[in-house]
Design a protein around this ligand. Structure first.
Ligand code: KIV
Length: 288
């Protein structure tokens, strides 16, 4: 029998870095747990379409969230509240098709899991079966633990989301969460509740950095911060904010790595000027 050399042997999933690692197979939630054990930090970006997702996949982003932030960043709604499960299924399927390595997490939109565990299972099953996501995300700590338990029991990995939960904007607003002793204790209880229910990771949105650091120390599942300081295991940004495509003000916690709005706007104007001035198309763009 031919012996495989060390280099040819498939590597153990726990030994490959999520970002910068050599593996090409799709990342799973087991790889995410192994990264926490190694103390490895990792990046997550949102994605809402196949082409953008393929760029991030080629860049090595290991986890992509088809967030319901698609509502305000992709579909033109004012908040995430109107987003439907049909829309999330369509967007998630596109992101899965555009990627081959990243773990794709599909967001359960408002109204698709609040009725209870059975509704949550029905909705999550659509994202897994029709879109092909590897995990789902839902908002809420203690209030969502029964939903998380049933999904995990049914074989669907769940990323939880506590702190600021944008689907509750009508009751909560967009304010920092977990400030003050009582609110901090509630946030800790929420984070522990989702871990106990079986979530493989938890997003901490807009919470004081010190509190996020404490939650990260206490939990054995990874924390994914957005506006939660530098100590969380992972960081997520909304891609349109991160690349400067969002119009108007972006939150203080966003770092802009490019100004795509200017790049695209200038390119569109250059095209328009060429057409109006008769300098496009030229002979080299023409067929005879
Ligand atoms: O919908 C989303 O993009 C999110 C992230 C901000 C975590 O929930």
């Amino acid at each position: 029998m031919t012996q495989l050399s060390a280099a040819q042997k498939p590597t153990d999933s726990s030994s490959r870095a999520l970002y910068g690692g050599k593996g090409t197979r799709r990342i799973t939630v087991r790889d995410i747990s192994a990264a926490k054990e190694r103390g490895e930090k990792w990046p997550m970006l949102t994605a809402y379409d196949a082409m953008t997702a393929s760029v991030f996949d080629e860049a090595g982003i290991p986890v992509m969230l088809v967030g319901d932030s698609a509502g305000n960043c992709h579909l033109g709604y004012e908040t995430t509240v109107p987003v439907t499960l049909d829309e999330m299924t369509m967007l998630s399927a596109a992101v899965v098709r555009g990627t081959s390595r990243a773990l794709i997490v599909g967001d359960l939109p408002f109204g698709s899991y609040q009725e209870g565990p059975v509704q949550a299972l029905r909705s999550a099953t659509r994202l897994v079966k029709e879109a092909g996501v590897g995990a789902v995300k839902l908002e809420g700590g203690e209030r969502s633990h029964r939903q998380i338990e049933l999904l995990v029991e049914s074989g669907i990995p769940v990323m939880a989301h506590v702190g600021l939960t944008p689907q509750s904007v009508n009751s909560m607003g967009y304010r920092v969460q977990g400030r003050g002793e009582e609110a901090a204790q509630q946030l800790l209880r929420d984070a522990k509740a989702v871990q106990d229910a079986g979530a493989f990771a938890v997003v901490l949105e807009l919470v004081p950095a010190e509190l996020a650091a404490e939650v990260t120390r206490v939990l054995h599942i990874p924390t994914v911060g957005i506006g939660a300081g530098p100590e969380t295991d992972a960081q997520v940004l909304v891609w349109t904010d991160m690349l400067g495509l969002t119009s108007g003000r972006v939150p203080k916690f966003v770092k802009q790595y490019a100004d795509l709005r200017a790049v695209m706007g200038n390119a569109a104007k250059a095209f328009a000027d060429d057409v109006v001035g008769g300098t496009f198309p030229l002979e080299e763009h023409s067929v005879h």
